[in-house]
Design a protein around this ligand. Structure first.
Ligand code: FAD
Length: 284
């Protein structure tokens, strides 16, 4: 089955795009975080969102969830790791499942620019963002797993069942992964090194681990890692006023397109992107 659109990202931009695609009865999927966006939850006080003169982030998140439910929208709580251009349509990979779509809205938020040194270089050659997709390659091997949120623990558990040794770098509170073959390390990562493939992880005070692979589990993935021919400037996806990217049928909205990083901008761009998708589908 081929969908009209796939929205990637569940913050205000993704929500706004989803509400509008639903209004126009489009057949779409929406990938993101079941909690919508940590960035909404975490705001102490929001004073610049029209109609809500003073509201906490949690209250705003609650209002977004109510709207999502009222509109009958479902979020698929999976990280999208790759988009394949199939020439006229796209295949989206989310945790080892593939979905076909005519168009895409990227609403992934801004990706912190703290990619590790060597990370981009070794993508597909030992650096992976998806346990269920690539885990089997590391059966009986030694891997490092870097995770930024508790929601990845089911994927980490999957990897600990396969790999012989797992060096786990949990950058979140209350890590519950306890297993004989797992060694937890609470030090910063410095560099991923190797030859053709990953061979070594450097961390802490230039300490080093011999590894066959490194799994990096963040809630967001750099746009060019998702789709390598996307035009990006200073880490932001280049768009025009219709929220079109340089790739036909791929649109972007919200923080991922640039500053200011604001709810109202994200919502507005999500709205425009959805309308552009509707027009694009009509022309197609
Ligand atoms: P985000 O809110 O970042 O949402 C993106 C979502 O998509 C995330 O849930 C992410 O997990 C998910 N996602 C990303 N990549 C993938 C993928 N590959 N697969 C699946 N899901 C993915 N703005 C204001 O206007 N007023 C304020 O008062 C204000 N206060 C703030 C306070 C704090 C502490 C912070 C951090 C931000 C604040 N902001 C404020 C900024 C605001 O949070 C952002 O501008 C806004 O959330 C951007 O929305 P977005 O939809 O673009 O992305």
């Amino acid at each position: 089955m081929r969908y009209d659109c796939i929205i990637i990202g569940s913050g205000p931009a993704g929500l706004s795009a989803a509400i509008n695609l639903k209004t126009y009865n489009k057949n779409f999927l929406w990938f993101g975080n079941a909690n919508l966006s940590d960035k909404v939850q975490k705001a102490e006080k929001v004073t610049n969102y029209p109609g809500m003169p003073e509201i906490t982030g949690q209250e705003l998140a609650g209002a977004f969830v109510t709207h999502k439910e009222h509109a009958g929208l479902e979020i698929i709580d999976k990280i999208v790791s790759t988009i394949y251009d199939m020439g006229g349509y796209y295949t989206v990979m989310a945790e080892n499942q593939f979905f076909e779509t005519d168009s895409i809205i990227l609403a992934t938020g801004v990706v912190p620019s703290n990619q590790y040194s060597g990370e981009a270089e070794f993508v597909g050659r030992g650096v992976s963002y998806c346990a269920t997709c690539d885990g089997a390659l590391y059966k009986g091997k030694t891997i490092a797993v870097v995770a930024t949120a508790k929601r990845f623990e089911h994927e980490i558990a999957f990897l600990t069942d396969l790999a012989e040794k797992v060096y786990l770098f949990p950058y979140y509170k209350d890590c519950e992964i306890e297993k004989e073959n797992v060694e937890r390390i609470k030090k910063p990562i410095k560099e991923i090194k190797g030859g053709f493939r990953v061979e070594e992880l450097v961390y802490g005070e230039n300490e080093s681990l011999k590894v066959d692979g490194v799994f990096v589990m963040r809630s967001a993935i750099a746009p060019t890692t998702l789709l390598n021919k996307l035009e990006v400037k200073d880490g932001h996806i280049e768009v025009n006023r219709q929220m079109e990217t340089n790739v036909k049928g791929v649109f972007a909205a919200g923080d991922c397109t640039g500053k200011p990083y604001q709810y109202a901008k994200a919502v507005g761009e999500g709205n425009v992107a959805a309308h552009s998708v509707i027009e694009y589908l009509g022309e197609k």
